[in-house]
Write a protein that binds this ligand. Structure first.
Ligand SMILES: [Zn+2]
Length: 264
């Protein structure tokens, strides 16, 4: 599932390929992706418009339309943007296509959990959805206030888009691994030092993932994400990595590193 670094990569990709190209036609191949949106208004807003700029909040993108309004793009589990030139073969699972005079921008989504909609302003959308601050913008103070008062497992809290926007299953594991915090730990039980560590690790991990183009093979060897799989070993101590279900997702962590926390 695309998290903040992947969506940031999508943003840059759209900026590189699709800005200021008038949309001649919007093809909706599968209405599921635009569920909740009004089809005629969507088409009216898009056709004849150009995308002027792209903004991101967490895992959500906003594409500014030259004739007013903003498209909202969420990638769900398997969505991604694909820019096509006229001679390119179209990939499978194109759900919506923005056709330019030459070429197009496609929303490809095999599982169709992604969503495209329309909003007057990104701020309004963010308010309606009660999206938290972006994980790269939240201050240590805001972070500590939010998570210090949050009930339940810290991993589930980190993945809660109302608290901080952009973190999902994979990056929450990495942040907690780097801070030697048990993903099941009650958020309120964590120390100020833990909060500071998580806040710093979050920025470091997300920026690192962005800088390597979200290619986990290029992450530092010390990162859990490089080999996060059942039966893999901890990149720090070599012990077998454990899993647990937290917030409906599978958490990967090293129990030995947690136990030894006080020794380091
Ligand atoms: Zn370990």
């Amino acid at each position: 599932m695309p998290e903040l670094p992947e969506v940031e990569a999508f943003k840059r990709y759209i900026e590189r390929t699709s800005l200021e190209r008038p949309v001649a036609r919007m093809e909706i191949r599968n209405g599921v992706v635009i569920r909740g949106a009004d089809r005629p208004s969507l088409i009216e807003a898009v056709e004849g418009s150009e995308v002027l700029s792209v903004r991101r909040r967490g895992k959500q993108l906003f594409l500014e339309l030259s004739r007013g309004g903003w498209l909202t793009w969420h990638f769900g589990m398997t969505g991604r943007p694909v820019a096509l030139e006229r001679w390119d073969e179209e990939p499978r699972f194109v759900r919506v296509k923005f056709v330019f005079e030459h070429g197009s921008l496609a929303f490809v989504d095999p599982r169709m959990l992604g969503r495209i909609g329309l909003t007057a302003r990104p701020e309004r959308f963010i308010e309606e959805r009660r999206l938290g601050p972006d994980a790269l913008d939240i201050t240590l103070e805001e972070f500590t206030t939010t998570f210090g008062a949050s009930k339940g497992a810290i991993k589930a809290a980190l993945m809660d888009q109302h608290k901080v926007a952009g973190i999902g299953n994979l990056y929450s594991d990495e942040i907690l691994f780097q801070c030697r915090i048990d993903p099941r730990a009650d958020a309120r039980s964590l120390s100020e030092e833990d909060m500071r560590c998580m806040h710093q690790a979050m920025r470091r991990v997300l920026n690192m993932a962005i800088s390597v183009g979200t290619d986990f093979e290029r992450l530092p060897r010390s990162y859990l994400l490089r080999g996060r799989a059942v039966g893999s070993s901890c990149p720090r101590c070599g012990s077998l990595v454990s899993t647990a279900t937290v917030g409906g997702r599978t958490a990967f962590f090293c129990p030995f590193c947690l136990d030894r926390k006080s020794f380091f």
